[in-house]
Design a protein around this ligand. Structure first.
Ligand code: FES
Length: 158
């Protein structure tokens, strides 16, 4: 679907007012898995809100994505328990692996709700569906996570 057409529908459904902004953004995010720039431009015109302000709002909320997610993403929990128990180092190591060139995105999230297994890392589809969850991820266990993500990228392409 055309992002601008979806914005038209959502503005009609929720009303052409500033208070509807988050519901409209959620609708776009749900439909595309991220918020395309065309949708923000259409929304800016419809609600007479500057594009820069819309980008600021969408960037503020962690759940909104402004770029198309990779088909497979390694998502590190950066909640307190996971952050303290090693995911900052895991993030640094993963970023150094240049996984994007293999079609694997790296994202962070707040809390997966299983803090006793910290540090937690998930493999997540572009749609947001969790495919695998790993607990107690030490730097040596990262290889397993990357290997699983690589297999899933192969599966998502085939
Ligand atoms: S802080 Fe990581 S799962 Fe809760």
């Amino acid at each position: 679907m055309d992002p601008a057409l979806l914005v038209d529908e959502l503005v009609q459904r929720f009303g052409p007012k500033r208070e509807s902004l988050l519901r409209i953004l959620w609708g776009v995010q749900r439909a595309f898995g991220y918020i395309p720039r065309e949708a923000l431009e259409a929304l800016s015109a419809k609600l007479s809100i500057p594009l820069s302000e819309l980008i600021g709002v969408a960037s503020f909320f962690h759940a909104f994505k402004l770029s198309k997610p990779a088909p497979i993403n390694i998502v590190l929990c950066m909640g307190t328990a996971c952050h303290v128990r090693g995911n900052s180092e895991n993030l640094r190591l993963l970023k150094a692996m240049n996984l994007e060139s293999r079609g694997i995105g790296i994202e962070t999230a707040r809390c997966f709700g299983c803090c006793s297994r910290a540090p937690v890392i998930a493999i997540v589809e572009g749609s947001g569906r969790i495919l695998k969850l790993f607990g107690g991820v030490t730097p040596s266990k990262l290889r397993l996570v990357v290997s699983e993500a690589t297999k899933l990228v192969g599966g998502s392409r085939g």
